[in-house]
Design a protein around this ligand. Structure first.
Ligand code: PRP
Length: 204
């Protein structure tokens, strides 16, 4: 049995669809209600978690694999072995703000974000010193309520930005869902893990 930490929400939904496409009965995941540990096909035990916690579980050796967005990997710099880009959960880091924002205006900008390290690195590359305000969600609010000059966030469909009248000023890295492994599990359960990788890739 492979223990797999799966990021709740969009990553989970698109991964469940991929697993169904590969012929697995995913009804336990679809009908999980509030349960957090779900067995699928007598082969996998999925542990539903927030993205940053997926990496914490891996680092602490309590799961074999993790399914998590590359946004979280970029932010956390965690020690884990990336096995596969699942190509699901595709989105992009962006710099966005209200229409009147001037990215070239001199002076120290205030940036709202769930990704302080990604944001810090982005502005450091541009030689700009910024003040970062760490947020936990609904990041788009920050420039609207006067908390920040702009945001560094991820966008998938672009709807949240559009419906809140925010404009994209720069596009940063692309993001997608990755399969990552705990290095010890990779040694101990090598065959089982690589069979799973082959299956996810669309092989036998
Ligand atoms: C993410 C992101 C944006 C939204 C963008 O937030 O931070 O707010 O998705 O998606 P869209 O381009 O498809 O509109 P998420 O939904 O994960 O929730 P959060 O704001 O609570 O972090």
């Amino acid at each position: 049995m492979l223990k797999i930490a799966l990021t709740k929400g969009r990553v989970e939904e698109q991964f469940t669809a991929l697993l169904a496409q590969r012929g697995f009965d995913t009804s336990p995941l679809e009908n999980k209600q509030r349960r957090l540990i779900i067995e699928v096909a007598d082969q996998f035990e999925f542990i539903l978690a927030k993205g940053p916690d997926v990496l914490t579980y891996l680092t602490n050796g309590v799961v074999d694999l993790g399914i998590v967005g590359s946004d979280i990997l970029m932010e956390q710099d965690a020690e884990s072995d990336e096995l596969l880009d699942l190509k699901t959960g595709q989105c992009q880091f962006i710099l966005a703000s209200t229409e009147d924002f001037d990215p070239d205006r001199p002076g120290r900008k205030v940036i709202g974000t769930k990704y302080p390290r990604v944001a810090q690195r982005y502005f450091a590359r541009r030689g700009q010193d910024v003040a970062i305000i760490k947020l936990e969600g609904s990041v788009e609010l920050a420039p609207l309520i006067g908390l920040a000059d702009a945001i560094i966030d991820i966008t998938e469909t672009g709807r949240t930005l559009k419906e809140n009248h925010l404009v994209i000023y720069d596009r940063l890295d692309q993001v997608s869902t990755r399969l990552v492994a705990n290095p010890l599990a990779l040694k101990q359960k090598r065959d089982e893990i690589y069979r799973f990788v082959t299956t996810l890739k669309g092989g036998n």
